[in-house]
Design a protein around this ligand. Structure first.
Ligand code: ADP
Ligand code: MG
Length: 241
């Protein structure tokens, strides 16, 4: 499908609100959110703890519902989405890199990544080359037979990224995907996501603004459930690459 300039923002969030209810208390978690999502690039969602970052990411990922406003995916209003539509969306449109969505201990590295395809009813055999290519793209070639306990934390996180990439989704999202990593592994993982964001949209939540400055194309900052700034990060020298 072509992407004419006029339909660059086919995915957008308009005036969206979300509440959490517990007992007879109501908490206004997302307030009047407006956000346009480009087809590719690296978006960081920043803000202090409790500002609503995970909630917004979960709405974008189709994991959480919203209460009012619009969430339009590829020109389709999700108001009309059935549970099945949302399942399909999560299954094929989004690649998740959450810590909880992590790797399965009893499978080896190759199997963990292949599983992501099997869950989409895709043939592992037919996609063997692509799986190997993905393993190489996250720098884990030669470690295909290793079990998860034979990998470092940084390597396991790269397996999680490879699982997201191999699905070939439109959007890859991660909630603090480098939260548990040391600086060296954090840089490796961010470099992989940066590279990925040249082909796809990557959206990452972090409380670390320096990551957004270093790697982001866009930074969206939340405070008390509201977007308080949206900025496009222009880097000096980019024009000369
Ligand atoms: P962040 O990721 O920025 O730390 P969250 O999106 O997790 O923030 O949470 C935003 C606010 O919503 C917080 O005040 C949090 O306590 C509240 N919250 C999150 N999840 C729930 C829930 N399931 N029920 C009630 N309140 C919640
Ligand atoms: Mg969070």
């Amino acid at each position: 499908r072509s992407s004419a300039a006029s339909d660059v923002y086919k995915t957008q969030i308009n005036n969206l609100n979300k509440f959490y209810y517990s007992g007879n208390e109501r908490y206004h978690a997302l307030r009047d959110i407006h956000l346009e999502l480009p087809e590719k690039g690296f978006i960081f969602i920043t803000g202090k703890s409790g500002s609503g970052k995970s909630t917004l990411l979960n709405v974008i990922g189709g994991i959480d519902s919203y209460d009012s406003g619009e969430f339009i995916i590829d020109g389709l209003n999700t108001k009309q989405f059935s549970r099945r539509d949302f399942n399909a969306y999560r299954n094929s449109y989004i690649g998740f890199i959450f810590q909880e969505f992590n790797v399965i201990k009893n499978l080896n590295l190759y199997e963990n990544i292949a599983l992501s395809l099997q869950l989409q009813n895709k043939s592992v055999k037919e996609n063997h080359e692509f799986i190997m290519q993905t393993i190489q793209s996250v720098g884990l070639e030669g470690k295909e037979k290793r079990k998860m306990n034979q990998l470092s934390g940084g390597e396991r996180q790269r397996v999680a990224i490879a699982r997201a990439i191999v699905k070939n989704p439109h959007v890859i999202i991660g909630d603090e995907p480098t939260g548990n990593l040391d600086q060296k592994n954090r840089d490796i993982v961010m470099d992989i996501l940066k590279e990925t964001s040249k082909q796809k949209l990557v959206i990452v939540v972090t409380h670390d603004k320096t990551l957004a400055d270093k790697y982001g194309d866009y930074e969206v900052t939340l405070k008390d459930g509201k977007i308080i700034s949206k900025k496009e990060i222009h880097k000096v020298g980019d024009n000369y690459e």
